[in-house]
Design a protein around this ligand. Structure first.
Ligand code: TXD
Length: 315
């Protein structure tokens, strides 16, 4: 059976970590692309040279030429600038728009049947642009945010209660901004509702930390943003697709009426399998959660309008 081909567009902190995870998990043949000469080639060679120690057999190559992503089954996009202290994700809009347009054109040209996972920030706008430029159907273009945001929430809950992270299930929905929505009513610890285990004010503090968790890491690193956990999150999505897992994961998906939201990418639970996003799962939310979703969606809509203005100026 032929191996699957995975194209990683962007060979920075997340791109390099993605390549390493693909190798460790032997997910398929990997092409690591970047515009910087030598960067993807160097990282690819470094990872390949660990193969005899880790015991992986993998074809992993670095390239500056899009022709090498030809026929990829999955493309994971991290190309673009990352945040520095004092910057919001939205501050990246102008520069990353240009990059995402170029990347998307090349994906459409060289990997026209691929499943595309966008990671670049501002996430909700960048995944919107990728879908528009590639012209791919909505099941084949997805944004990664919710898996990471939910993982952060689960980490903090597990630490608070001194239990395994595996015992904590949670969903963080909405846009990938500071108004994302940790859905408390679906957070369980060993099957018990979290609200029965953690007092309200403490839970609010944990949710607030979750919303700001990306910024917490930017403030610590000073030179960039989180990369180990975003890479793990995207790999979980890629595995769900490659192995037809039908896994329910919170992702930025194009909504056409689900959750009464239309024509916008927004973080909701979806089923990912061999068909890409196979369906959107509609949770029954509390009134408070519904109104938080509304606040978040209006921020995403403002962001997309801002992107349209940037694109109009550049046209
Ligand atoms: O959960 C999430 N969605 C995120 C998103 C969590 C954390 C960070 N997130 C965003 O991912 C972050 O704000 C950035 O927009 C991307 C990539 O983050 P990373 O930390 O990997 O950034 P780096 O290390 O700066 O790498 C970006 C690479 C770098 O090597 C550039 O040379 C390359 O992108 N780059 C390009 N590659 C291909 N094509 C073009 N045009 C291009 N321009 C720059």
């Amino acid at each position: 059976m032929a191996r699957k081909k995975i194209a990683l567009i962007g060979a920075g902190n997340i791109g390099g970590t993605l390549a390493h995870l693909c190798a460790l998990k032997q997910l398929g043949d990997v092409v690591l692309f970047d515009v910087v000469d030598g960067l993807p080639q160097g990282k690819a060679l470094d990872i390949v040279e660990a193969g005899p120690i880790e015991g992986y057999d993998i074809n992993l190559t670095g390239t500056n030429s899009y022709t090498d992503i030809q026929g990829a089954d999955v493309c994971i996009v991290t190309a673009g600038l990352a945040r520095k202290p004092g910057m919001s994700r939205d501050d990246l809009l102008g520069i990353n728009c240009k990059i995402m347009r170029d990347v998307s054109e090349n994906i459409a040209k060289y990997a026209p049947t691929s499943f595309v996972i966008v990671i670049t920030n501002p996430l909700d706008a960048m995944v919107t642009l990728c879908k528009r430029v590639t012209g791919f159907p909505k099941n084949r273009v997805v944004g990664q945010a919710g898996v990471l945001d939910s993982s952060r929430y689960r980490t903090f809950i597990a630490q608070e209660l001194h239990v395994s992270v595996r015992n904590v299930t949670a969903m963080v929905l909405g846009g990938h901004g500071d108004d994302m929505v940790p859905v408390r009513s679906y957070c369980q610890v060993g099957g018990q509702p979290v609200e029965q285990l953690i007092p309200g004010p403490r839970l609010e503090a944990i949710e607030d930390r979750t919303r700001k968790a990306g910024g917490e890491i930017v403030a610590l690193l000073k030179t960039g943003s989180a990369f180990y956990s975003p890479a793990s999150a995207a790999i979980q999505m890629a595995e769900a697709f490659l192995f037809d897992k039908k896994q329910i994961l919170p992702c930025a998906a194009y909504l056409e009426g689900e959750y009464s939201i239309k024509d916008v990418y927004f973080g909701v639970p979806v089923v990912i399998g061999a068909g890409g996003i196979e369906r959107v799962v509609e949770l029954r939310l509390s009134d408070k959660e519904k109104s938080e979703m509304q606040v978040s969606v209006s921020h995403v809509q403002e962001l997309v309008t801002a992107m349209d203005n940037v694109l109009a100026q550049k046209a």
